[in-house]
Write a protein that binds this ligand. Structure first.
Ligand code: EPZ
Length: 422
């Protein structure tokens, strides 16, 4: 297993290009199952999760071709010759559940393994299933698989999500595009990745209103066509790299960054004394001479502060002046980066869903362990600012969500290298 060695090397300066959003691409790719015409995705990120989704779609009989080094994905699914999403793939990537709605909508049957839990929580899929049942799906859970049928096809229905779920909204939205009649999804997720999916589905001929609000209205159509769609920039990668100059000092311009994707996050940086300016090319982040100020953060569904940036914000607060409270309201176990940051000298007290962070003058480099995607990158960020050398082990977690992280950070002055493991 590879590890990454980071050595504190002072302020960062330069530009970091922001890739297409992993979490948009992971729902745009299964949309190919809704149509027998080609779907081309540009600005796709080059990540192991994207390759995994491609493998899953190919196992169902879809064609997936990577071009321009993976930046362009050419997808098509003329006829599926397999309707079973196997446990072996699904257990490695939870987003696999997103083939359920499209497969069911297109062919009236699907068998998808239940994903199981993951490091940050149980992450059930009950809302995905209940939403599809509201569209007439008949579901049978057995042997760890969801056996779904819609013999006469799906029909439009109304479903109110008891809690906001990104994936369940995406599954229901895709299924509803081919359901007979009108579907209304209430308390739907408002994440930019869902708006991006809606825009792509509309290019394919779907009739959708309300993306970005908590009510989606979909008029089903008989069939969908193909489309070419550029994946929206990755707001989590963007926020991650905005923390780098904040925690190290200096000035970094994130190319392709858009303030509308990270408004709540920018508000928190502003409270911490970090300057964010919109430029022609993206967002420029400047750490002034003053200290980083502690500020409180609570994670919420979009447009609130994103849970996927909580670990990165915690790394910054570890070096802030004062005490901050970070409340994780989305997942039940998303503070696994805390004990690792404490190995670097951070002062963190975790009580249930709240972490109290008391800033220290300087973190100290240490060997640390990555546990999940966003925790691993928070350790890299802490290592950039720490005194001495930090070795982050099990960086395969990192490769799921960040393309060329060493190269992007080295290009702005970071001292960082990957050590290939056995
Ligand atoms: C998506 O996961 C993202 N993944 C996650 O990003 C992100 O953290 C999460 O949304 C929240 O923004 C992808 O888009 C591939 P949810 P998802 O359904 O859809 C509970 C990353 O780092 N819930 O919005 O699985 C669930 O347990 C990843 O890129 C149910 O109870 O998240 C959680 O507490 C990590 N039943 C809450 O809802 C369900 O059926 C929000 O989950 C579904 C979810």
């Amino acid at each position: 297993m590879d590890s990454i060695v980071v050595t504190g090397n002072g302020p960062l300066r330069g530009q970091i290009p922001i890739a297409g959003a992993k979490n948009a691409c992971l729902t745009l790719m299964p949309a190919t199952l809704l149509s027998d015409e080609p779907l081309t995705l540009t600005n796709a990120p080059r990540l192991s999760d994207i390759a995994m989704m491609g493998t899953l779609l190919q196992s169902l009989g879809a064609e997936v071709a990577q071009m321009q080094g993976g930046k362009v994905l050419a997808l098509s699914s003329h006829a599926l010759d397999n309707h079973v999403a196997d446990y072996d793939i699904v257990r490695k990537m939870r987003a696999s559940i997103l083939v359920l709605g499209p497969m069911l909508a297109r062919d009236g049957h699907a068998v998808v393994s239940l994903p199981g839990g993951c490091a940050i929580g149980a992450r059930p899929v009950d809302l995905h299933l209940r939403a599809l049942e509201a569209l007439g799906a008949e579901l049978d859970l057995r042997d760890g698989y969801v056996h779904a049928k819609a013999p006469g096809g799906l029909r439009g229905g109304t479903f109110e999500f008891p809690l906001v779920s990104v994936g369940a909204t995406e599954n229901a939205l895709m299924a509803a595009t081919l359901a007979r009649g009108t579907t209304v999804l209430k308390n739907a997720a408002r994440e930019p990745e869902i708006a991006d999916l809606a825009r792509c589905l509309r290019k394919m001929g779907a009739r959708i209103e309300g993306e970005g609000t908590s009510t989606l209205t979909i008029e089903g159509v008989a069939r969908l066509g193909g489309a070419t769609h550029a994946v929206v920039p990755d707001r989590i990668e963007l926020g991650t790299y905005m923390i780098a100059p904040a925690i190290c000092g200096g000035e970094v311009e994130c190319l392709g960054g858009r303030i509308d994707l990270v408004q709540a996050f920018c508000d928190a940086l502003d409270r911490a004394g970090i300057t964010v300016a919109e430029t022609e090319a993206g967002l420029k982040v400047t750490r002034g001479d003053g200290p980083v100020r502690a500020t409180d953060v609570a994670t919420e569904p979009f447009p609130g502060f994103p849970t996927d940036l909580q670990a990165q914000m915690m790394a910054l607060m570890c070096t802030a002046e004062g005490t901050s409270l970070l409340e994780e309201r989305i997942f039940e176990n998303r503070f696994m980066h805390a004990p690792e940051l404490m190995r670097m000298g951070a002062r963190i007290d975790v009580q249930g869903g709240t972490a109290t962070v008391t800033g220290v003058d300087r973190l100290k480099g240490a060997p640390v362990m990555a546990t999940d995607l966003r925790a691993s990158v928070s350790l890299i960020l802490a290592g950039l600012a720490a005194e001495g050398e930090t070795t982050v082990h099990r960086v395969y977690h990192l490769d799921r969500g960040y393309e060329s992280v060493e190269e992007k950070l080295r290009n702005v002055g970071a001292k960082i290298e990957r050590i290939s493991g056995q």
